[in-house]
Design a protein. Sequence first.
Length: 151
Amino acid sequence: MAKHFLSIFLFISVLLTPITGFIDSKVYNTKFFDYTLVREEIVKDALHYLGINYLYGGSTVNGFDCSGFASFVMKKHGIDVGRQLSDIEKKFKKTEHPLPGDLVIFYCPNHVGIYIGENKIVHASTSLGITITNLDEEYYKKRFIAFLSIF
């Protein structure tokens, strides 16, 4: 009888154990996890690189291009973005309600940035390096394609 009780107890304990996942080498309870904290960290990290120069093909603190910057920041949080806009579009779902940390994509030329809230992005500009831009600016309004949710 005691053996049967122990088996039932262990079975119930396993069922009630939270599911965990790994993000950026940290263990998170994914059953009840609020991604807001990760999104805040992504934005904070992205803003840390303001002013770093633009470098075509760059993906390090020595210089970034747009996809190199987005990939660099997201990779620190366990999110694989990729370098080609077509691949980025396939990996993430479009959303009409972006949250800080989501990606923003543009065409003509192909471009990607990280949404930081209040209709602004942080991205690698060819002329300004890592900078903050308002999406209401005409240049970006004309080329905007979509917001892509990272979660």
